[in-house]
Write a protein that binds this ligand. Structure first.
Ligand code: ZN
Length: 197
């Protein structure tokens, strides 16, 4: 078997990206090599810079390039509302819809007995601290409509119910649907029609 070339290695790595398989990875790499000046070199530079600078926001868990993400660093976003999401992709989806003006809290997953993920594996203790630190008046639970997502929502509601108003995104979010797959109008409608937990 012939030795793998650098291009083979690149194809193998690209094939591990979500949404790409080996065939799409081969096509993408071929395209990049043909557009060396326009795409390949700038992409390599951008990946190199992000590899150095990417980090988690110490407050909310968003992914950015500084210790505090732009949302947590913006005093205008301290409006007393925190929207709790499972994953950074959900946060970004909410931001794309431009409907929510408060801050976020990324749990980093859901409670799961099967995978031995308990509250301390998620960012639930940090959420409890933020309620006092940031004078939070409303927690909006925007967790996915999966069994684990809803178990997690109930757990958080139990922990916080006496301390803050708790609401949850209205249905309209399909069962098992993740926020990232929803269009902006659906997210806006689900937020505006949120209800008390
Ligand atoms: Zn943040």
């Amino acid at each position: 078997m012939a030795d793998r070339t650098e291009i083979d290695v690149l194809i193998e790595l690209m094939a591990k990206l979500p949404g790409l398989g080996p065939r799409s990875a081969r096509r993408a790499v071929l395209h990049l090599v043909r557009k060396r000046a326009l795409l390949l070199t700038p992409l390599a530079d951008a990946i190199g810079r992000v590899a150095v600078s990417a980090r988690e926001c110490i407050n909310c868990g968003n992914v950015g390039t500084s210790d505090l993400c732009p949302i947590c660093a913006d005093p205008q976003r301290a409006n007393g509302q925190i929207c709790v999401v499972e994953d950074v992709a959900d946060l970004w989806a909410m931001e794309r819809s431009k409907v929510f003006k408060g801050r976020y809290h990324v749990l980093g997953g859901t409670l799961s007995a099967l995978d031995a993920i308990g509250p301390n594996e998620l960012r639930i203790p940090q959420l409890v601290h933020r309620i006092e630190d940031e004078a939070v008046s409303e927690i909006i639970l925007a967790l996915n409509a999966t069994v684990d997502g809803q178990t997690t929502a109930h757990y958080i509601a139990d922990q916080l119910e006496t301390r803050v108003e708790l609401t949850s995104l209205a249905q309209g979010v399909p069962i098992g649907g993740e926020l990232d797959y929803l269009d902006d109008g659906t997210i806006t409608a689900a937020l505006n029609a949120r209800r008390k937990v």
